[in-house]
Write a protein that binds this ligand. Structure first.
Ligand code: ACO
Length: 429
């Protein structure tokens, strides 16, 4: 192999530059030496939506989008989904290694004992309108936590960070469940420390008048696996929001509020809700070809298909498809499944989708599973946010400890008007 450098010739000046290649990338700042004159700012790269720009070095999650590979800290997602638990995976993502038994017990103890929220947070939630979307409530409430824990500003103290990490992972499900109960006008169900992370979340959502809530073990495990599958996904829109907002050195609650807001969008965590709507609109299996025609005519998007990174089957979607059958066996099938399978079958054979490498993403089947598990549609993105919290925090912590990182501040190419003089209002046309 030749030298790990790139030679660039600037045809404007005829000058040649040699810049190093590291990990298959050149440094954007190395372009700045390329100038046409001394007072030239220097060459920049233009990359809207970060299509080909690495914003960080990371050791957390590896994705090979062409081969459909997803690994957390080197461990394949399929193995974690089969053998790990969400809290163990969260530890792995945050600490880099699988925990020993003693570490896992301590970690679980801390998360379990930080699930309560201040009664004033409850009052704060009461202020939301009766039909407020739980995700909107979650965004506001997690942001508000920063005012309850002013010590969280001390982000450079590792012990302090650890405490906020326990709080965030533990309290997200409590706030999410309370947001849901608020939307139903039901009294809040408090955390139960005897239950697992997923079991307790089901308890806080669905407990009625029984003395002790007993989660259905199949649904409890399925939810735990779904949390594992969502725990991190490297530099996606919400992780990027977390890093970008966190780079101003704001407290982690404010940064998680930003990440949660990013996740709320229909092109990100809101897609599973959109998939259900799409399947309902299609209505029956025989209408699938007609819908595919509409997608090809650019009149609709096939929601739950396509991904910026995956250009083959999303490995999470594969695990989820199998999980779907277990859940449907337990809870009865979702009538939309038949339409979804037919839509997937037709799309995967169609030139339009094949050429663009459009495959089902994580959201294609999750909506149907969540619905079969008894979750209302508004809770779907909230489930995603709970699962993604360890990933966001790990990304944030990695950014803080990376000596190459600074406040995130992209450049722009200004293409607006040149200097002009202010025109008094009476003279404007
Ligand atoms: N349906 C129809 N056409 C699509 C779809 C889709 N779902 N996704 C992409 N395409 C087409 C685009 O029109 C484009 O075609 P063109 O090259 O002829 O113009 C081509 O495929 C490439 O797509 P881009 O939009 O450039 O891909 P990008 O990486 O920007 O978008 C995204 C990725 C946002 C996920 C997109 O595929 C999409 O909108 N999918 C539907 C929404 C969805 O399922 N989101 C969930 C993503 S997973 C997650 O966030 C958890």
């Amino acid at each position: 192999m030749g030298k790990e450098t790139l030679t660039i010739t600037d045809n404007r000046t005829g000058k040649t530059y040699e810049v190093p290649i590291e990990h298959g990338a050149i440094r954007g700042m190395d372009l700045r030496q390329i100038k046409v004159s001394e007072d030239d700012f220097g060459l920049m790269s233009y990359d809207p939506a970060f299509m080909n720009t690495a914003s960080c070095k990371s050791t957390i999650t590896f994705i090979d989008g062409e081969k459909g590979i997803l690994q957390y800290r080197g461990y394949p997602i399929e193995q974690l989904a089969e053998r790990s638990t969400f809290l163990e995976t969260a530890f792995l993502i945050l600490h880099g290694e699988l925990p020993t038994r003693a570490q896992l017990d301590e970690w679980t103890y801390h998360i379990t004992h930080h699930t309560m929220i201040h009664e004033n947070i409850k009052k704060f939630m009461d202020g939301f309108h009766y039909d407020a979307h739980p995700m909107g409530i979650l965004v506001g409430t997690v942001g508000a936590l920063s005012t309850f824990y002013p010590d969280a500003k001390n982000i450079m103290d590792p012990a302090n960070r650890e405490k906020q990490i326990y709080r965030l992972i533990a309290k997200m499900p409590t706030m999410a469940a309370f947001a849901y109960r608020h939307s139903l006008g039901m009294p809040y169900a408090y955390p139960d420390n005897d239950l697992t992370f997923a079991g307790n979340f089901l308890n806080m959502l669905f407990k009625m008048t029984e003395m002790k809530y007993k989660p259905n073990p199949v649904l409890e495990r399925a939810l735990d696996v779904l949390f594992i599958l969502h725990a991190d996904h490297e530099q996606n829109c919400s992780a990027n929001a977390m890093r970008s907002v966190g780079s101003s050195h704001v407290d982690p609650y404010s940064a998680v509020a930003a990440a949660t807001a990013a996740l709320y969008g229909p092109l990100h965590g809101g897609a599973n809700e959109a998939v259900l709507r799409m399947l309902r609109e299609i209505g029956s299996k025989d209408k699938v070809p007609e819908f595919v025609k509409k997608v090809k005519a650019r009149e609709a998007l096939l929601m739950g298909f396509g991904h910026r990174v995956y250009k083959s089957y999303d490995p999470r979607a594969k695990v989820i498809k199998n999980l779907a059958y277990q859940i449907f066996q337990e809870r009865g099938t979702n009538p939309l499944l038949e339409i979804a399978i037919e839509l997937e079958r037709i799309a995967l054979q169609d030139e339009f989708f094949v050429k663009r490498k459009l495959y089902p993403n994580v959201d294609y089947y999750t909506g149907m599973i969540y619905e079969a598990m008894g979750f209302p549609v508004e809770v779907f993105p909230v489930l995603f946010a709970i699962g993604r919290t360890p990933g966001w925090i790990a990304q944030w912590q990695e950014m803080l400890l990376d000596s190459e990182q600074k406040i995130a501040r992209p450049r722009q190419l200004y293409v607006g008007s040149g200097k002009r003089d202010y025109v008094p209002i009476e003279q404007r046309r």
